[in-house]
Design a protein around this ligand. Sequence first.
Ligand code: OOG
Length: 262
Amino acid sequence: MTAATVLDAVTVEELAGRLDTAALTRIAHPQLSDDRSFSVDDAYRIQRALVTRRLGRGDRLTGIKLGFTSRRKAAQMGVDDVIVGTLTSGMMIADGTRIDLADFVHPRVEPEVAFRLAPGYDPRRGTADLSDVIDAVAPALEIIDSRYRNFRFSLPDVVADNTSASGFVIGRWHPVPSGLDNRGVLLEIDDQLVECGSTAEVLGDPLRAVPEALRMAARYGIPLEPGAILLAGAATPATYLTADTTVSATVSGLGRVRFNTT
Ligand code: OOG
């Protein structure tokens, strides 16, 4: 429930610092809500302070991600609200490259679709015509890595922790086709099927994630420019990563995206 008191700015900074340290040291932190209750709005203030620290180390804003757009995913994590997180350049992993699991606390991966904001994107124009808003779609993999022990958190906790955002891989961009609402999605590890689903898992149609993401970004003051990436949310439950594997996501008609783990 929403806390009665609003966190003061010093506390917001202090809590962001704790999550930042957990990410940098790869040592999981107890849930912030163990010590105090705080509102979702305060959680977004902590998220912003956390992202500001990353930007101060040279990262650039590259886009946003939605979380809990899948009912199965929300049930897996025991929450039921859509959330928004911030993507920065340091989280980008080139398609087909290798990640070192030692850079994470306890990473999981999920298959997604990504959209790209069109060159003429203007937030004042609204989202009635999505062809003004996005110019491309791609298969994607998101690495989520909660900074909380045992990957357990309340809704304000996960929002404060930048919605577990820690890495993302974008496949080849395509013009946005019709019929995106029921494309098969495979998550494979070493060519073995781990999860499969449909893009319908994402709000019934991943295109619905676009206005939703823009609304959330405007509400919580996350700036977006043409070319920014929107990750629509997981199309299947997440799976833990292990070393020395090849992880891939395939979205029907959009192709495959992959990375290797060490
Ligand atoms: C929170 C992030 C959820 C999604 O696509 O639903 C998310 C988490 O599960 O750690 O990214």
